[in-house]
Design a protein around this ligand. Structure first.
Ligand code: B12
Length: 281
């Protein structure tokens, strides 16, 4: 089928001009990266939009709205990985990069899930289903944060024995990688000695971050900090996360500082330490 308007081409012609498979163009249309119009004979796209796409710009006027976190909550709670991934794709098609997907959609969605659980609207089973799908989204987005070339310094990150909230650390690790740091993520349930072993071998260590999302594991957090100090790890040991309400609490736990209670706070804390490390004494 041909398209009569000289300013427009069929999807098949668009695929040929972009040098991609027809299904790729179809995907661009479905996720909003290309606006298609249905004519009498076939679907078509504007030649200008194709050029903008080829130049790496999202064509003007075709960005779909940024999905609301509640849309992701629904897919997560339903245990629907495909639907949840479509929300992520829609967010990226609307111009959001993977960091913004975390900060503006996934983190707010996880917080909404916590609120629903807390007020009895969502069962523990629902929370578990949502967590599994959320972890799979993080797994799919993770490689997109990896930067090539010399890193800006290493960050050791983990949570102590008893803590089961792995998502905050995994998300923060990706966000730091996206900023050019090498992240040695130890995950949850990390023995105190493993923080020391990893910190000792890190290349240009900027900070050790110990996350606490659940209350009740303060003794293990203090034990890990104490061991790091006794091993004379030169970089600052920060604690942060939802269960550490402020700098006073962080100091009571023995930490050198507080990385804040949000991901943005933690990023700012590491950036500050990296600047101090490069500016020298
Ligand atoms: C998913 C989830 C779970 C999952 C975890 C699955 C997984 N693989 O991670 C499961 C179902 C296992 C779980 C279990 C429990 N959970 Co839960 N859970 C959540 C939920 C909904 C999301 C957590 C999350 O990933 N948040 C998203 C992160 C990205 O957001 P964030 O908290 O802002 O994280 C940022 C900060 O931590 C900050 N940050 C700043 N500095 C630093 C430093 C470091 C090192 C790190 C890592 C982060 C950090 O950066 C993070 C971004 O990465 C929260 C709700 C919430 N508000 O978060 C409840 C929540 C954390 N859970 C809670 C509770 C009570 C529990 C349970 C005790 C009971 C239950 N709900 O079943 C158990 C026990 C867990 C345990 N022993 O650790 C409470 C914690 C209250 C408290 N402070 O003690 C919350 C807040 C729910 C609520 N509203 O009451 N949970």
């Amino acid at each position: 089928m041909t398209v009569s308007d000289p300013e427009r081409v069929s999807l098949k012609e668009a695929a040929a001009r972009l040098g991609v498979h027809y299904m790729t163009v179809y995907h661009y249309v479905r996720t909003g990266r290309l606006a298609a119009r249905r004519g009498a004979a076939t679907w078509s796209v504007a030649v200008d939009d194709l050029e903008a796409l080829r130049a790496g710009e999202v064509p003007r006027g075709v960005r779909p709205p940024v999905p609301r976190p509640s849309r992701l909550v629904d897919r997560l709670v339903a245990g629907d990985e495909g639907g949840a991934w479509r929300v992520v794709e829609d967010a990226m098609a609307s111009g959001r990069d993977p960091a913004a997907v975390y900060l503006e959609i996934l983190i707010p969605a996880l917080r909404l899930i916590g609120e629903r659980w807390e007020c009895g609207e969502l069962s523990v089973a629902g929370e578990h289903r949502a967590s599994v799908v959320a972890a799979r989204l993080v797994g799919r987005l993770g490689p997109r944060f990896v930067r090539r070339g010399r890193h800006r310094g290493a960050v050791v990150l983990g949570a102590v024995a008893g803590e089961r909230h792995a998502l905050p650390g995994a998300i923060l690790a990706d966000l730091l990688r996206g900023r050019g740091f090498e992240v040695l993520d130890l995950g949850v349930g990390t023995p105190a000695a493993s923080f020391v072993e990893t910190a000792r071998t890190a290349d240009r260590l900027v900070a050790v971050l110990i996350g606490a999302t659940s209350a009740g594991y303060e003794a293990s957090v203090s034990e890990a900090i104490d061991l790091l100090h006794r091993a004379e790890i030169s970089a600052s040991v920060l604690v942060g996360g939802g269960a550490v309400p402020g700098a006073d609490e962080a100091r009571r736990l023995g930490a050198d500082g507080w990385s804040g209670s949000t991901a943005r706070d933690a990023l700012a804390s590491v950036e500050r330490l990296a600047r101090e490390a490069t500016s020298g004494p």
